[in-house]
Design a protein around this ligand. Sequence first.
Ligand code: NAD
Length: 498
Amino acid sequence: MSHLPVVPHWINGAERVSTSGRTSPVFDPALGVATKNVALADTAEIDEAVASAKKAFPAWRDTSVTKRQQIIFRFRELLNERKGDLAEILTSEHGKVISDALGEITRGLEVVELATGFPHIIKGEFSENVSTGVDVYSTRGPLGVVGIISPFNFPAMVPMWFFPIAIAAGNTVVLKPSEKDPSSANWLAALFTEAGLPNGVFTVLHGDKVAVDGLLEHPDVKSISFVGSTPIAKYIYETAAHHGKRVQALGGAKNHMLVLPDADLDLTADAAINAGFGSAGERCMAISVLVAVEPVADELIEKITARMSTLVVGDGRRSCDMGPLVTEVHRDKVASYLDIATEDGATVVVDGRGIEVDGDPDGFWLGPSLIDNVSTTSRVYTDEIFGPVLSIVRVKSYDEGVALINASQYGNGTAIFTNDGGAARRFQNEIEVGMIGINVPIPVPVAYYSFGGFKDSSFGDSKAYGIQGFQFFTREKAITSRWLDPSHGGINLGFPQN
Ligand code: NAD
């Protein structure tokens, strides 16, 4: 594989060819072949990346609010103009269809747009004359060098949940993207540089566990924002906290859609298809379990299977509904759950293996799959499958459905489908999940709210983007000030009283 190009790091405003001697293959999932390698950083490269970000920090922190805002506006304009180029990169490494790649970029752009408003969001407070002649005010300033570690499934959007806000607030960023689809991070960093961002403010360090551990342990990295699977999120949370860092670590998910008997079943079936099979189910907010309150299950399954038969699976660069999975290993793991389902006594209603595709036969294909009568003790239910496999669990009542969802290890997203406003309102109150949809299957909050789940879907007390994002990437100073006035002299060992 040595003839393949190697994706370099982006350090100090330019490509930095790795000298670590370690690489990992990057596949085109629709073709099923490695098209490039990505550099895997060693300790010297980690130190170089962090040192460059540290060096850039004081000048960027002190760059005027107006100047920082202009650079972010320019980045927004360039990204909007050239998002088609980025979408092609995403599809070539992740496999998602082009329209979905564009959708991902649009959701990231929303956070960039929010970040342009940072002067208003992080301004401080002022209280005059809290004691005679004494004023108190607060400022919110940056942390320093901040680390971001992102997953494969949203190689552009997830980094954009964090870096526009971190940079707007005056931090310098070291991003460690997924090694499965690394190129969009370099593209974004180069674009930000073109928009006028000073060298060293946005660094991309490629790598595996060595790079992650290097950032977690590095004394000059002040915070870690992580998104990925639950076991790694837990490890990140504990290790970063142990090293004294501020940390937010978003983990895996198993999202349920509760369907009440009064729901509009056509709307519900459309929603289940979109949320179950969009992006080949490789979304942390995908619906993976339909909880059908009887007697709706049979009719709902009929409507869902009819729609599934119309889905075109193929190369995302063509006119398809769903692309391949990200790697062969991941595809095989997801497909293995169809055998586990049968072993555990569930009914495989639609088996996506061996599906005809509009694409290269060597691609990492798995068609949409539907499993009925899934038991909550089966690994089909308990594991995060992260592929185009939709499970149906049948329950007798609303209460049984809510109890089942609340017993889940995860609490990222959920949805209720009903025409009963009272039931929906009760659901939003009783359900223990961070993001809730009412007749909306994928309730990803807009940029000015914050994104994050409960339980094993999120570690740390801060969500991504929105106001919480700005709070995470800034720290508050409270300043008590008195300008000398001769009438206030004298010694007083107590607290000021008036
Ligand atoms: P992953 O946990 O395998 O990898 C995420 C990041 O961690 C990558 O950058 C990877 O290089 C790094 N990493 C992997 N193994 C590591 C190790 N042993 N030590 C240190 N670092 C390691 O996740 P993934 O497969 O890339 O992404 C899919 C997962 O991400 C799913 O579980 C999905 O639910 C989750 N996800 C969650 C959210 C959310 O908002 N909660 C959003 C997107 C994805």
